[in-house]
Design a protein around this ligand. Sequence first.
Ligand SMILES: *[C@@H]1O[C@H](CO)[C@@H](O)[C@H](O)[C@H]1NC(C)=O
Ligand SMILES: *[C@@H]1O[C@H](CO)[C@@H](O)[C@H](O)[C@H]1NC(C)=O
Ligand SMILES: *[C@@H]1O[C@H](CO)[C@@H](O)[C@H](O)[C@H]1NC(C)=O
Length: 167
Amino acid sequence: MGFGRKIIVCLLMIITIGCNEIDGREPVLHRVGGGKYTWKPKINFTQWASNEHFYKDDWLYFGFDKHIYNVLEVNKTNYEKCIDTGYINNITRGGRDVFQLSEERTYYFLCGRGFCFQGMKVEINVEPLELPLLPPPTIPNKAGSSRNTNYSIFVILLVIALAWIFM
Ligand SMILES: *[C@@H]1O[C@H](CO)[C@@H](O)[C@H](O)[C@H]1NC(C)=O
Ligand SMILES: *[C@@H]1O[C@H](CO)[C@@H](O)[C@H](O)[C@H]1NC(C)=O
Ligand SMILES: *[C@@H]1O[C@H](CO)[C@@H](O)[C@H](O)[C@H]1NC(C)=O
C-alpha cells in the first residue's frame, strides 16, 4: 500500500471513530416481546415495553408466523379499541420484520385478525435523548468513565495509526 493511501485509510478510521464518539449512541434493535418469535398472544407487551428505553432511530423487531399474525401501526383511538382497519402502516413482510422509530413520539402497534383482543398490542414511547451532562467533578459516574474509556481507545488507535504510517 502506498504512503498516500495509508494516510487516507488512517484518516477515515480516525474520522469514523471520532464521529461515533460525538454522536454518542448507536441505534438499538428491540426484539418485541423479548425473543426471536415473540409477537404472539398472551405476552404482556406493556410489561415488556416498560423495561425498555426507546430512542429516536432505534429499531423494533417483530418475529412471528406471517400466515397467522400481522403487524400494523395504528393511531391511539384504534389501538385502544383494537380496530385494525384504517391503519397507518402495514409492517408485515416475511415475519421477521423491522421498523425504525424515526420520530420522537408514541407509536401504537397491533395485530389484526382479532389477535389484538388476545393482548397482541404494544405502545412504544420514544423518549427524548438526554443531553450529556457534565459529571460533578468529585463524584465519578458511569457515563464519565465510559467516555474516558472511549477516549483512551481513540488515542491508542491514533498512536497505532501514526506508527503504521511512519514505520
Ligand atoms: C401487564 O403488566 C402490567 C404491568 O406489569 C400490568 O399492569 C397489566 O395488568 C398486565 N396486563 C395483563 C393483561 O396481564
Ligand atoms: C384514527 O384512525 C381512524 C381510522 O382511520 C379515524 O377514524 C380516527 O379519526 C383516527 N383518530 C385520531 C385521533 O386521529
Ligand atoms: C400487509 O402487507 C403484507 C405484505 O405486503 C400483505 O400480505 C398483507 O395482506 C397486508 N395486510 C394488510 C392488513 O393490509
